[in-house]
Design a protein around this ligand. Structure first.
Ligand code: FAD
Length: 331
């Protein structure tokens, strides 16, 4: 992932992605896997957004990874569960599209990129009072990632929140916590913890932080490393000052960073992946259930100006015919 300044951006890209969380990086990676020349625009200095701070658990039913702990799940059961849990808060067609695409999308990431998942041995569906919930299999989590081979790009990953670390910055996941709790009861756990702490001390002295990423940060590290392999361009600390459009279609971006500006043409499409709806000040034009009240992610990064977001959303809606009717109506 060439980490470039805006004056080094190419004049033309096939796809531009705004936002470098899991959604944005995954979109960028899938586009690049299809041969597109891709630019990722990130407003902050770090890559990964709220995704890098998160547990990184992905709810993706019917994957082959999930099937290793629960081979008895079925598409009909998942559909019935989602229909009951989501009800009228979302379109059934969108849910079905998600269920159709999720297993193949995860398999593509696992087969063609550095992204790797493992099943959660016990991770019940959050909404248990609906038909056909499962104890495991639908939730998968990123495998920890050793970023030492990434060189300086390792520093791009947004640092973790204190709540997910111990000893002032040692990254731990669910499995590590189990070993930490058992460290004086089990020789295997003691060894696991001893290796973990030794590695953390080493990384801290050498790189200034733990180079072994877990959970959401591992997913972001894996996506950045993949994006690097695929030659995806990244501009950080960069705002989209304006959108260029022609006959109702978005044709390019005007970028602004540190007092400099640049204009790039985008032939294939602009993907809005700026996250943060949970901390937006007003309802989203796309997601009608976004109330403007802060949602689960009190640690989530806020978006910048809502008006900017709405403007871009409207521009995208004008050119995107596949969005649900409700979204087009609200535009
Ligand atoms: C502590 C915590 C734990 C969580 N655990 C889980 C979990 O285990 N599983 C789960 O599914 N969800 C979890 N979540 C929720 C999850 O993290 C978010 O829903 C998810 O990260 C959103 O991803 P995203 O890519 O859409 O946005 P983000 O990851 O927030 O990325 C958006 C990016 O866009 C950038 N950006 C914003 N505006 C602009 C702009 N104008 N121009 C350029 N860039 C811009 C931001 O700086 C950011 O880097 C958790 C949340 C928190 C806070």
């Amino acid at each position: 992932m060439p980490d470039i300044t805006i004056d080094r951006a190419a004049p033309v890209y096939d796809v531009a992605v705004i936002g470098s969380g899991a959604a944005g990086l995954a979109a960028a990676v899938f586009a690049a896997l299809d041969g597109a020349k891709v630019l990722v625009v990130e407003r902050t200095d770090h890559v990964g957004g709220t995704s890098a701070l998160s547990g990184g658990t992905v709810w993706a039913p019917m994957t082959r990874t999930g099937a290793t702990v629960n081979g008895g799940d079925s598409r009909a059961d998942v559909s019935a569960f989602l229909d009951s849990a989501v009800g009228n808060f979302g379109d059934k067609a969108m849910r079905e599209a998600f269920l159709d695409a999720a297993p193949e999308a995860i398999a593509t990431l696992e087969d063609r990129t550095k992204v790797a998942f493992r099943p959660c041995p016990k991770h019940p569906d959050y909404e248990w009072d609906h038909p056909h919930p499962t104890l495991n299999g639908r939730a998968i989590e990123p495998v920890p990632y050793d970023t030492r081979a990434m060189g300086k790009l390792r520093e791009l990953v947004r640092p973790p929140i204190a709540e997910f670390t111990v000893l002032g910055g040692m990254n731990i996941d669910r499995i590590d916590i189990g070993h930490l709790l058992n460290r004086y009861k089990s020789p295997a756990s003691f060894l696991h913890v001893a290796k973990l702490v030794a590695r953390y001390m080493h990384d801290r002295a050498r790189y200034g932080r733990h180079a072994r990423l877990v959970m959401g940060a591992a997913l972001i590290g894996r996506l950045i490393d993949t994006a690097m392999d695929l030659g995806i361009d990244l501009v950080r600390s960069t705002s989209v000052a304006a959108l260029d459009s022609d006959a109702g279609e978005v044709t390019g971006l005007q970028l602004s960073a540190g007092g400099r500006t640049a204009r790039v043409a985008v032939k294939g499409g602009v993907i809005l992946a700026t996250g943060g709806f949970g901390r937006s000040q007003a309802p989203s034009p796309i997601f009608s259930h976004s109330s403007g009240k802060e949602a689960s992610g009190s640690r989530a990064l806020p978006t910048d100006g809502k008006s900017w977001l709405a403007k871009l959303s409207f521009a995208l809606l004008a050119t995107h015919r596949d969005l649900p009717d409700r979204a087009r109506q609200s535009a």
